[in-house]
Design a protein around this ligand. Structure first.
Ligand SMILES: Nc1ncnc2c1ncn2[C@@H]1O[C@H](COP(=O)(O)OP(=O)(O)OP(=O)(O)O)[C@@H](O)[C@H]1O
Ligand SMILES: [Mg+2]
Length: 613
């Protein structure tokens, strides 16, 4: 064993490494692929206060990368310094390191890149008469022609480090990474114009965006117009923290976490604490396994965040992590809670806008000859979300027990004449599934099961936080056969059941009896409910996290209480449901993140019938 270590060719002598090798070792950390070169160069341009940055790449950036900016430039005598290790204009002392306002500060990026490529810098300082250029191995800068600003060119990446070169993928893949990096940088700084060209062809060009409309155009270009259409924009500041940006309504969720951009003081970060805080805010409204989409900006005093964690600076450390986490959670939770009908104009934005394929005059017949096409639009929407009913929301077994009466809460005051509530008044019920209502903007269609489920769930949460969930004794207690393990669990979790408004006792080794149900679930199937709650408790109880998972259990229970499809409601019941939706937080989606209602405006209806053309 020892022989392996004591190689005859490697005497145990300590020697200093040559600076080229030191730089190549550092390059191992910061320069992974062409996209990392671009990130470093563009960050330097942003630190130089550029207002326009142009990136040109050839062959996926492997052959050539050129970043040109109109920033403040570099003094000719400092060109060589910029290429030497640990040389930076951005920090001078420890105090600077503790409140970094620039993107760079390590003084490593340029020398690292220069050690693994053929690099040249050309720069003209503001108001200087002349530009100067310096290539990696030159000793003196030479005069050059260049407008104010800096161009850095990196050619033949990893030409001298073949082991690294082997890890590069195809031009196309590498270019994909470049695009992604530049997209993030362009989202970080709306005040700067960006352009990207690949092999001489323009891929994108986005001018500096100085109005909300221009910023949203950039969002639509870089993240997608579908995202923007479903995004809520907001800004909130408290306790020295500011969060702003766009979050997609939960109904526009993704199967991958691929539309999540989070910036801390203008720097894109991937941070566990951030991801967790955001996820938690969505927990209630997102179907399991789906991922939220967002572009968010957190701004705070640089002294409260440490960016000197990792050479690539993708991670940060918050000095008051808990505070930041709770701020993110609370702010987003509130933003999402507002996804409910308010005024007709906003109602349009909050609801799903049905896209109705239409033919031009004289064209092919309508693709949707049947009725309003609204139900279909809803169904299509679901299909595109891969929505599947979770086991616990399967309709209850047949029999009248399954059909829960919808008991509207008493209305405070009948609305004054001519005073139409946001969701309007019910006019009919469609196939026992949808409630149709007329409001100021046009027609509203409500998925009654989904809506009621959300209302019941929010009711449970409110009750639990307030006076507790009220229970109601069953006229005839229901006994249920379970496994001994489940019976043990039920016995051990008496307090949890009570908290949930359920009264469950053990009758024997494998028998439980349900004596009372939550009053909100009047008429629900006690046996199915108990089995589903037990299943939840088995999952969460194993790790004694029931306290945290209680909302999931409540959500399961809410499913049981909801009006089933195919139940006829009276107009009063339907109006009661509409008023409850208006009153309920997060009522834009059911607990699984499906939309609960949608608005169809008169204009949209008119279009369907080619009116007003
Ligand atoms: N485009 C540019 N315009 C003006 N000055 C620049 C530009 N690029 C680099 N510099 C100067 O060169 C110095 C070295 O750049 P380099 O990227 O190596 O280090 P840094 O940005 O200070 O730190 P880091 O290694 O964290 O990026 C910078 O501090 C800056 O003064
Ligand atoms: Mg830098």
């Amino acid at each position: 064993m020892a022989g392996l270590w004591q190689n005859a060719l490697m005497p145990r002598r300590i020697n200093e490494l040559p600076s080229q090798l030191i730089n190549q070792i550092a390059a191992g950390e910061v320069v992974e692929r062409p996209a990392s070169v671009i990130k470093e160069l563009v960050e330097n341009s942003l630190d130089a206060e550029a207002s326009r940055i142009e990136v040109d790449v050839a062959q996926g950036g492997i052959k050539q990368i050129r970043v040109r900016d109109n920033g403040f430039g570099i003094h000719p005598e400092e060109l060589a310094l910029a290429l030497s290790r640990h040389a930076t204009s951005k920090v001078r002392q420890l105090a600077d390191l503790e409140r970094i306002g620039s993107l760079g500060f390590r003084g490593e990026a340029l020398p690292s890149m220069a050690s693994v490529s053929r690099l040249s810098i050309t720069s003209r300082e503001r108001d200087a008469e002349q530009a100067w250029t310096l290539a990696g191995d030159d000793h003196q800068p030479a005069p050059a022609a260049h407008p104010e600003g800096t161009t850095i060119e990196v050619r033949d990446l990893f030409y001298n480090t073949p082991a690294r070169r082997k890890f590069l993928r195809t031009d196309k893949t590498e270019f994909g990474h470049i695009e992604q990096v530049l997209r993030r940088l362009a989202l970080a700084r709306f005040d700067v114009g960006f352009a990207l060209r690949h092999n001489g062809r323009e891929v994108f060009s986005t001018p500096a965006a100085d109005s909300l409309a221009a910023r949203e155009r950039r969002i639509a270009d870089l993240v997608g117009s579908a995202f923007l259409e479903h995004a809520l924009t907001f800004e909130h500041a408290a306790a020295g923290l500011k969060l702003s940006g766009w979050v997609a309504e939960p109904t526009f969720s993704r199967s991958q976490a691929d539309m999540q951009y989070f910036f801390v003081n203008g720097r894109i970060v991937r941070d566990k604490l951030v991801t967790h805080g955001v996820r938690q805010a969505f927990q209630d409204v997102l179907f399991h396994g789906r991922h939220p989409a967002y572009v968010l900006y957190l701004t705070l005093d640089p002294a409260l965040v440490d960016v000197n964690v990792h050479p690539t600076k993708h991670e940060v450390r918050f000095r008051e992590g808990r505070l930041v986490h709770d701020f993110l959670f609370r702010t987003l939770h509130q933003v999402l809670a507002e996804v409910r009908p308010s005024a007709p104009a906003e109602a349009l934005a909050a609801g799903e806008q049905p896209a109705m394929p239409m033919s031009g005059p004289g064209g092919a017949p309508y693709q949707r000859p049947m009725g309003l096409g609204v139900a279909e639009s809803g169904a299509g929407y679901r299909a595109s979300m891969d929505w599947q009913a979770p086991a616990s929301s399967a309709p209850l077994g047949g029999g009248q027990q399954g059909a829960t009466a919808y008991a509207p809460q008493p209305l405070p005051q009948p609305a004054a004449e001519g005073d139409i509530p946001p969701l309007g008044f019910a006019v009919a019920q469609l196939h026992g599934v949808y409630v149709l209502a007329q409001n100021a903007a046009g027609m509203v269609v409500v998925d009654m099961h989904a809506a009621h489920e959300r209302i019941t769930y929010e009711g449970f949460k409110r009750a639990r936080e307030g006076e507790g969930i009220k229970s109601q004794p069953l006229l005839v207690p229901v006994s249920v056969k379970v496994s001994p393990r489940e019976a043990d669990l039920a016995e051990a979790e008496q307090a949890t059941f009570t908290e949930l408004g359920l009264e469950v006792n053990r009758l024997g080794a494998d028998t439980l009896v349900v004596r009372a149900l939550p009053a909100l679930l009047r008429g629900a199937d006690a046996e199915r409910l108990l089995r589903d709650v037990l299943a939840d408790l088995v999952v969460h109880g194993a790790s004694s996290r029931i306290g945290e998972a209680i909302n999931e259990v409540l959500s399961t229970m809410a499913c049981h209480g909801s009006v089933r499809a195919n139940r006829r409601l009276t107009l009063d019941e339907m109006n009661g449901l509409l008023r409850d939706i208006e009153r309920t937080e997060r009522s834009g989606q059911c607990n699984h993140g499906r939309p609960t209602w949608t608005q169809l405006s008169m204009t949209e209806l008119d279009k369907l019938f080619l009116r007003g053309r």
